[in-house]
Design a protein around this ligand. Structure first.
Ligand code: SAH
Length: 396
């Protein structure tokens, strides 16, 4: 097995079990390692740090999977990790549940499986492999998922930008079973939802906001609700079902809105939600200027900061957007505002929100804060896995 030595002075994160050895931390590689091979990681004095997947093409040169000296990283190793991930959902989180059959089954580092995301959509499973070494071991994951879950299909979603960086050639496709054309359905807190796994955004649906949708629903009865950046209606549907007086759901994607309309029809909520195709920035400016107000505004924009260098620009955009959104909240109403950019920290988000309140000349009372749902667990050694920020505040 080839050995990767970490530069002097750069080993500290790895003693604390951070899984990513970046290229800049590598001093030298001894022996021959092909991309995807298991290598041993050592500090400059030759002390054992861990073992993981090597990739010469990736900025993350090694993804450490084990810190136990002598542990063999083979199919049995991965099956144990996968079983632990399934058991967390089944035994602790009680997923699947009677009213929730869609959820994340494996969340990368949070489940000790760097480079692997698995989601379950009722009878269908989606897998995303973002490391060459994981892609090479795809068969192990597929076999396990097929045996353990007996899904009707397993679909690999390879539609992410860094695929080429990692050195993948195979694109998205059905790997096991049969995936019907069009939408598959699953449930979330008793609502039936449909997504097209081949054409939807991300891996299909944003499960991370599942519990935050219920937070919004708790305050929705009788309210005029705006769901800005609604995708296929996750927040809007729960708000409507909870008895909102009026729900307006805005997104710039016509396909997402069509899916939202179908979802509303599935639950008998078609007449209760207006899906509107618009740029949220334009919608808010027009709504603000026109004097129209909402009692509850949900603001769940896409990731503005993809890389660290985007942080300042992203904060500026979040600030402008939140200020505009605050202007359309009826005094005494609520805003539920989120950011899924890891590179915007919780403290950054708080400062941004306060600056937006000042800009909009409003007083904000923070009532509740949350992150992603617990089927997106975070390794204490890799806080990069905690990316979602969600704040519910009263607005005066
Ligand atoms: N709230 C959704 C997830 C939102 S994801 C849920 O609960 O599932 C972000 C959404 O923002 C995407 O659907 C994308 O189509 C939309 N979007 C991106 N830029 C936009 C813009 N400028 N105006 C309106 N929608 C936009």
């Amino acid at each position: 097995m080839a050995r990767v030595y970490v530069q002097k002075g750069k080993a500290r994160p790895f003693w604390f079990r951070h899984p990513w050895v970046f290229s800049g931390a590598v001093e030298r590689v001894e022996g021959h390692a092909r991309d995807g091979d298991i290598v041993t990681v050592l500090d400059c004095a030759g002390g054992f740090i861990g073992a993981g997947l090597y990739n010469s093409r990736s900025q993350i040169r090694v993804r450490i999977l084990s810190h136990r000296e002598g542990e063999v990283i083979d199919a049995a190793f991965f099956r144990t990790r996968l079983e632990r991930a399934v058991a967390l959902r089944e035994d602790v989180l009680r997923l699947p549940a009677a009213g929730t059959t869609g959820y994340r089954l494996v969340h990368g580092e949070g489940d000790g499986l760097s480079g692997l995301v698995v989601e379950r959509y009722g009878d269908h499973v989606v897998i995303q492999l973002s490391a060459a070494g994981m892609k090479q071991r795809e068969g192990v994951f597929l076999d396990f998922l097929e045996e353990r879950l007996r899904p009707r299909s397993i679909y690999e979603n390879a539609s992410f930008p860094y695929r080429e960086v990692e050195g993948f050639t195979e694109g998205s496709g059905v790997r096991r079973g049969e995936l019907p054309e069009g939408e598959v359905t699953f449930t979330e807190h008793d609502l039936e939802l449909g997504v097209d796994l081949r054409r939807g955004q991300k891996t299909g649906y944003y499960f991370d906001q599942r519990d935050n949708r219920m937070t919004v629903a708790r305050h929705a009865a009788g309210a005029r609700v705006l769901d800005a950046f609604c995708y296929c209606g996750g927040f809007a549907l729960q708000a409507a079902r909870a008895g909102a007086r009026e729900v307006v759901a805005v997104d710039s994607s016509a396909a997402a809105l069509e899916a939202g309309r179908r979802n509303a029809a599935r639950s008998g909520l078609a007449g209760r939600i207006t899906f509107e195709e618009a740029d949220v920035n334009v919608f808010l400016a027009q709504t603000g200027a026109g004097g129209r107000r909402f009692d509850l505004v949900v603001l769940d924009p896409p990731k503005f900061a993809v890389a660290r260098k985007d942080r300042d620009g992203a904060l500026y955009r979040y600030h402008a957007l939140n200020a505009e959104a605050l202007r359309v909240v009826e005094p005494g109403g609520l805003i539920a505002t989120a950011s899924c950019s890891f590179h915007v920290s919780e403290a950054d988000f708080d400062d941004m929100l306060n600056a937006a309140a000042k800009k909009a000349n409003r007083f904000l009372q923070i009532l509740h804060r949350a992150g992603q749902a617990p089927d997106h667990p975070v390794s204490s050694a890799c806080l990069e896995g905690r990316y979602l920020k969600f704040v519910l505040a009263r607005v005066w």
